[in-house]
Design a protein around this ligand. Sequence first.
Ligand code: FAD
Length: 392
Amino acid sequence: RRTQVGIVGAGPAGLALANALTRQGVDCVVLERASRVRVEGRQRAGLVEDRTVRWLRSQGLADRLLVEATRHDWCDFRCLGHTVRVDYGAYSGGRQHYVYPQQSLVRDLVATLEKAGSPPFFSHTVRAVTNITGRRARLECEEGMEIECDYVVGCDGFRGISRAALPATGHRVHNRRYPYDWLTVLAEVDRPAEGVRYAVHRAGFAGMMPRGPRLSRFYLQCPPGEPVTAWPARRIVAELRTRLADGDPAGVPAIGALPEVRMLRMHSSVLTPLRHGRLLLAGDAAHVLTPSGAKGMNLAIADAAAAADALVARLRDGDEGPLAGYSAARLADVRRVLGFSEWLLALLHLPADPAADPAKELAERLATVRRLATPGARARAFAHRYVGSGVR
Ligand code: FAD
């Protein structure tokens, strides 16, 4: 079998890329290890940025999202018993987040590929990507399928195998481990979270993200390396109440069953460069950020958009330029976004240093979030970076 672009992985990056290429008449094949039911059922991200929606719209991929997503243009910070509302929509020229579960977007992207007659091959595990500096790269599947490709895009997530095809020298991975972990919890709630709430608390950070009328995602800062078993449901709910409500019980919905509780080891990892020969990397296969600022899925789709443009220019018009610039351009964006995500982490967590004075640290954070809520250059810069307006 032969194709112009072989895509490993049917997450947001691989599916967005396949849709964009198919729309431009470039032949591609998506191979996905998991079953369709599993891929379409994975609950992860939920905040879609303004620039992501604009791109999806331009590709005719946002119809259902625009009808069903709820829009958000403010977030609350709770600190020292005060709630500070940051109207980032107002400071970014009216831009908004769209709350739309990742699995809904994934379903939409699979459906459009199906309609175009080129659905992903589910339950096909790529075992190796080979010959990436030869005349044609090759994808080899455990199920026996082999595909020759002009280009391969590794969209196979953080634990994917595409990276293994890179030469041992010439590539670097920049890893960072943060001095805390996050318990991430999907919880049933008695009413929808009105918006995102970040609590900066003496006991540690807690966050609440809307996910729909009856579900919210919550985050709780924990000591690094703590096992998830240290957090029975009753402790989770009590700690969320303490940190998120912090004297304002009306600000947090009642929490019921917890369908998903996981411990997230907080780290980031960025590979450089993102291309070698006929292999490009995109999405979590290339860079993993913490959930701080809700950037991962949005970066994955921004990579896909850039990779699609570059591959169309090369394969349809013979123009090598955008492909040559793919890695540098995407890494510049990734570093900018990572910088913002880390700035937000520093705001939300008190230093582990025992010499630090928590009262002073909390007072400083309250002053900072108040500045984000006050018209001016700081509020505008935060708003644009948080909502992902594409304005630097
Ligand atoms: P993935 O979604 O990981 O997809 C990779 C695909 O490749 C998978 O389907 C996998 O099965 C497949 N694969 C792997 N190996 C192979 C192989 N050998 N052969 C074939 N297929 C293979 N991001 C946000 O923007 N906003 C948020 O609010 C947000 N919240 C999050 C909350 C949680 C709890 C988590 C875990 C993540 C969150 N993220 C968020 C991050 C976001 O979910 C990821 O960044 C996003 O899924 C990355 O998309 P991707 O396509 O690069 O990779």
